[in-house]
Design a protein around this ligand. Structure first.
Ligand code: FEO
Ligand code: CA
Ligand code: CA
Length: 642
């Protein structure tokens, strides 16, 4: 497990001995191959926009009949496709124990098994016979959070140190080796690549907030090593073959003071907000004892799947907020650009541009994410937009990013990123979720999942006063350069129910309808895949009465035509999507199937959690519903991605 192999100075250590490292040799050959053949896009990293490319990409939606909505407790896929269960909560990552149906596994056992609530993920292909393999790879899979009523045999009854340890062990990331054998995908067991990264795994801190006084604690006096990553939502993948996992709602793990200070309030930290109850048995999560611990979460964390010995690295130059994802592309000159959403009502969209260029084949590339400019987006009503630099010393109308306003250094800007963006005058969005970059045009799409609290019209980019269904905004950067400081934007679709009695809730979707778009991904052919996360509390009723369970759709961004390809089981959300380089296998996550309308299994009712109806997804595994990665293929063996 990663917890046993922390290297405190691993980036420095990774400088020269890489070529002697068999893991790294594979990666370098992959990078060299990518540079030579332009297959970065196939590996999941969009290339810079093509010179001279303008307007929308070509690429019509491939031929399948869209599914009707469904409220059934099963995964349904469009005719011609197949869905197979692959990797569920409790499955061993390597040679560990299999999960017990009643969830009586210990914390130590959970450490060797898939965590709960699968979210963002990526397939990293091996290089075999000089080509990126589509039958053998490593997968990184986020486990966003736990439903502790479901995680433990007795729910949250008799809350204990062991239950807290298991809850922490069910968070984080799985790194697994996967192989297709005789047409079926398997987790390779044992595997020397496999590891679990949890809420206790040591992570190095890099970038402007490293060693900052606000990052220092009694256990880490230098402010350079944090135990764990948590609430790992969506993700990104770098051109150098690493995985970016993103810490989203970190505030819910910390017990704050009765009267939070301004900075704590800005990040939602409160006395009653620590719903995970870890602080009751791990004082690290009690801010009255360890004030700075909460500053050490809310970051983008880089994981090198090709080096199981290497500690994850918190890349603080990318800012601290409730990170949904971190979508990487390259500027025209090769600088690294990372697009990021802060998923909360009225929060912002950010991008980071590295100072240095990415050089294919060079090894010490992670540090590119430590030095650069962080920007926040302003969407003007005329369809133009600007990227506002969050640079220490930068002057804005509302105040400068200087010591006078609490920003004595770039480290302060990174840690109090939301406050810096407030001063810059960024546009308050309707919950920014995933961001996807078109692989051919560089055009950028973002899901704004919903926001029913706006109350009045406040600008064209978030045009609904009561945004029940959410929308998708897109933009293209000036000169088709991802490093540009201005852009032009429009709305790709307002989600909604075309049959809704209220005209303002009907939306503008062409084709199959959906609401609360969340997961978003471009396949290498330029099809936009949309996954929805309608809250279980409103699924199949009220405004959402006609839209069924959460679902996945594919859109042709040129015509706007959108078709429903998958409907999920009861209570789930769809989130996380990745494909093999040949496009013949698509991996998709079913998160929190069987979730009750309260969005948490009832902690006061241990009998309820031991009596799950047998038909809840995935019924083959046992009595409890389990989040899982599923495999989507086509019956005729052709690429799923068209
Ligand atoms: Fe973890 Fe905003 O979804
Ligand atoms: Ca999400
Ligand atoms: Ca969501």
């Amino acid at each position: 497990m990663s917890n046993h192999c922390f290297e405190p100075d691993d980036d420095a250590a990774s400088d020269s001995p890489l070529l002697a490292d068999p893991f790294r040799r594979r990666l370098l050959s992959a990078a060299a191959l990518s540079a030579a053949s332009g297959v970065l896009a196939a590996a999941g990293v969009p290339l810079p926009a093509l010179a001279g490319s303008v307007g929308r990409a070509a690429g019509s939606i491939h031929g399948f009949t869209g599914l009707p909505v469904s409220s059934a407790d099963e995964v349904r896929v469009a005719p011609g496709f197949l869905a197979t269960l692959f990797y569920a909560w409790g499955d061993p990552v390597s040679n560990g124990p299999r999960a017990k149906p009643d969830a009586s596994d210990s914390a130590a056992e959970q450490m060797q098994q898939a965590g709960m609530h699968h979210d963002g993920m990526h397939f990293f292909p091996f290089v075999e016979q000089g080509r990126l393999s589509s039958t053998h790879g490593l997968m990184c899979i986020n486990h966003e959070y736990t439903d502790d009523g479901l995680l433990h045999a007795g729910g949250m009854h008799d809350w204990s140190a062991e239950k807290v340890a298991k809850s922490k062990a069910a968070h984080g990331v799985s790194v697994i080796e996967v192989r297709q054998y005789k047409g079926a995908w398997q987790v390779v067991r044992p595997s020397s690549w496999a590891r679990r990264i949890t809420a206790d795994t040591p992570c190095r801190v890099a970038g402007p907030a490293a060693a900052h006084p606000a990052m220092q604690t009694a256990a880490d006096r230098r402010g350079e090593v944090v135990l764990g990553t948590l609430n790992n939502c969506a993700m990104g993948v770098t051109p150098w073959g690493t995985y970016l996992t993103c810490e989203e709602n970190f505030n819910g793990y910390f017990k704050g003071p009765k009267t939070p200070n301004t900075d704590q309030k800005r990040y939602g930290i409160s006395e009653k907000g620590a719903g995970f109850r870890w602080h009751e048995f791990d004082e690290r999560f009690d801010l009255s004892q360890h004030l700075n611990e909460a500053n050490r979460f809310g970051w983008v964390v880089e994981i090198d799947p090709w080096n199981p010995e290497k500690a994850p690295v918190k890349r603080t130059a990318l800012g601290r907020f409730k990170h949904e994802g971190a979508t990487v592309t390259l500027a025209r000159d090769g600088r690294v650009v990372v697009y990021m959403g802060d998923d909360e009502r009225f929060e912002y969209i950010y991008k980071f541009v590295s100072s240095q260029r990415y050089m294919p084949g060079h090894s010490d590339t992670g540090s590119l994410l430590d030095d650069g400019t962080l920007y926040v987006a302003h969407f003007a009503d005329d369809g133009q937009g600007r990227w506002l630099p969050l640079r220490h010393g930068e002057k804005y109308e509302k105040g400068a990013l200087t010591a006078e306003h609490g920003f004595a250094s770039q480290g302060d800007v990174a840690i109090r990123c939301r406050q810096a963006a407030d001063l810059a005058g960024a546009t308050k969005m309707d919950r920014p979720e995933w961001i996807a970059v078109h692989p051919k045009t560089g055009e950028v799409y973002v899901t704004l999942t919903n926001n029913i609290k706006r109350g009045r019209h406040e600008g064209a980019a978030n045009p609904r006063a009561e945004n029940v269904f959410g929308h998708i905004v897109r933009w293209h950067e000036a000169r088709h350069d991802a490093a540009a400081t201005s852009f032009a934007w429009d709305i790709f679709a307002l989600a909604g129910d075309p049959q809704h009695a209220d005209e303002s809730k009907r939306g503008t979707i062409k084709g199959d309808a959906y609401g609360s778009p969340d997961g978003l991904w471009f396949d290498p052919n330029g099809h936009l895949w949309i996954q929805t996360d309608v809250s279980t509390s409103v699924l199949n009723k009220g405004d959402y009465a006609n839209l069924g369970n959460n679902q996945m759709l594919v859109a042709d961004v040129q015509s706007g035509e959108t078709r429903r390809i998958l409907t999920g089981p009861k209570g789930c959300e769809l989130t996380g999507i990745t494909a093999t380089p040949d496009g013949r296998t698509l991996f998709v996550n079913i998160q929190h199937p069987g979730e009750p309308a309260s969005e948490r299994s009832d902690p006061a009712s241990p009998t309820a959690v031991s009596a799950w109806p047998a038909n809840q997804f995935p019924n083959a595994v046992g009595g409890r519903p389990r989040s899982a990665t599923i495999v989507i293929t086509r019956q005729d063996g052709k690429p799923v991605t068209g």
